[in-house]
Design a protein around this ligand. Structure first.
Ligand SMILES: C[S@@+](CC[C@H](N)C(=O)[O-])C[C@H]1O[C@@H](n2cnc3c(N)ncnc32)[C@H](O)[C@@H]1O
Length: 378
């Protein structure tokens, strides 16, 4: 009688393992090569208003019901099979929840997840949600970054931002000459600001209590400062940015808008606040900006930087740490694309802070990629 036991020879095992590894590498490579499907499908879902349609139903909806809502606002029914494929794909990445219907795909149900809830524009009371990331998503998936990415290899060869190479001018000059982009960019920045400032005002509470005057350097249209002065009414706020940005800034009680160039002069105050600024610039430019900050504050003044802090070591075992590092490094590539700037590790921050003449700094961690770095002259 033939034995049921088969013994695999080592060579066979190695061959199978090698095949398995090759297959995994091939799949991983395809995942990367086809990676733009994810943000672009998400953009399509947002332009079709799907997160809001589901949110208004306060539960899940069938594909047919979602299609009916889309028809009601666009006055033409969507292609139901395409809509199904879009939602099935996004659900496979946990952007929507899905209960598939085996016999009739139109009866498959879709709901929101933690991720798509961040893309709901309307609050249950009918107002605009202050924590929606739609403007950020629409900016990040517009043609501008894609045109820039095509020039990334030239940046690596020659330095300088890929955006400049694609458009022949800096992102700031482009925004100054394109009111529509200026608006999209400022709205995108403001939605990140609203999200991060909710923690900044809590984590840096002791610091804010001691401040009397504060300049938000390159503060955009004043979103961060409006949140600071709303929480700390004793602070006199100055929002400082380029003229084309200040020209579109709304009036904010307790805030004066001042236009100028931070490389030349920064208005005086006892504290300088800078959110998402140093990451726009290379080390030499950061030292120049920090020196202008040094001149603008008294000896006991502070510079409060809010910027991403790149996690230095890889830790695949802790999912959150891994995600923080991945997002930090993706932001770093995005800075290489848009401005030629960079995201920094703690040591890289220390280098530019000390070079500008400051003597010490304290880091306050925030529950996201950014941290607060409080810099002092002594
Ligand atoms: C990444 S955005 C950050 C805006 C804001 N701090 C925030 O977090 O929402 C960078 C800002 O730097 C401003 N900026 C660029 N160059 C500048 C300069 N030379 N002087 C003053 N502001 C400048 C831009 O207009 C833009 O508002």
């Amino acid at each position: 009688m033939a034995s049921a036991i088969s013994i695999r020879q080592p060579a066979q095992i190695y061959e199978q393992e090698a095949q398995h590894e090759t297959l995994l590498s091939k799949l991983k490579l395809y995942e990367i090569m086809l990676g733009s499907a994810k943000p672009m499908a998400l953009r399509a879902a947002v332009l079709l208003n799907i997160p809001d349609i589901i949110a208004q139903a306060s539960g899940s909806l069938t594909l047919e019901e979602i299609a009916a809502h889309i028809s009601a606002s666009t006055e033409s029914p969507p292609h139901i099979e395409y809509l199904f494929r879009l939602l099935r794909f996004l659900a496979s990445h946990k952007i929507f929840s899905e209960i598939p219907h085996q016999e009739d795909f139109k009866q498959s149900r879709y709901g929101l997840t933690g991720l798509s809830r961040l893309l709901v524009k309307e609050t249950s009371e009918g107002g605009v949600s202050m924590l929606n990331y739609v403007p950020f998503l629409l900016g990040a998936t517009s043609n501008l970054p894609f045109q820039g990415w095509l020039h990334l290899h030239e940046s690596v060869l020659e330095g300088g931002s890929a955006f400049d190479k694609a458009f022949g001018m800096s992102a700031w000059d482009y925004a100054a000459n394109n009111p529509e982009l200026n608006k999209t960019f400022n709205e995108g920045m403001s939605c990140d600001t609203r999200a991060v400032m909710a923690s900044v005002v809590k984590v840096y509470e002791e610091g804010f209590k001691k401040i009397t005057s504060l300049v938000d350097v390159a503060g955009g249209v004043g979103s961060a400062l409006s949140i600071i002065v709303e929480n700390y009414k004793h602070i006199r706020g100055i929002n400082f940015d380029l003229p084309h940005v200040i020209a579109t800034a709304p009036s904010i009680p307790g805030v004066e808008h001042v236009s100028g160039n931070m490389f030349e002069h920064i208005p005086s105050a006892d504290t300088i606040f800078m959110k998402w600024i140093l990451h726009d610039w290379d080390d030499d430019d950061c030292v120049r900006i920090l020196k202008r900050c040094y001149e603008a504050i008294p000896n006991n003044g502070k510079v409060v930087i809010v910027d991403a802090l790149v996690v230095e070591t890889e830790n695949d075992e802790d999912e959150q740490e891994k995600c923080l590092r991945d997002v930090g490094l993706a932001l770093d590539m995005t800075m290489m694309l848009f401005t030629g700037g960079k995201e920094r590790t703690k040591m890289e921050f220390k280098k530019i802070i000390m070079k500008a003449g400051f003597k010490s700094y304290t880091i306050f961690k925030l529950p996201f990629v950014q941290a607060i770095i409080e810099v002092s002259k002594y």
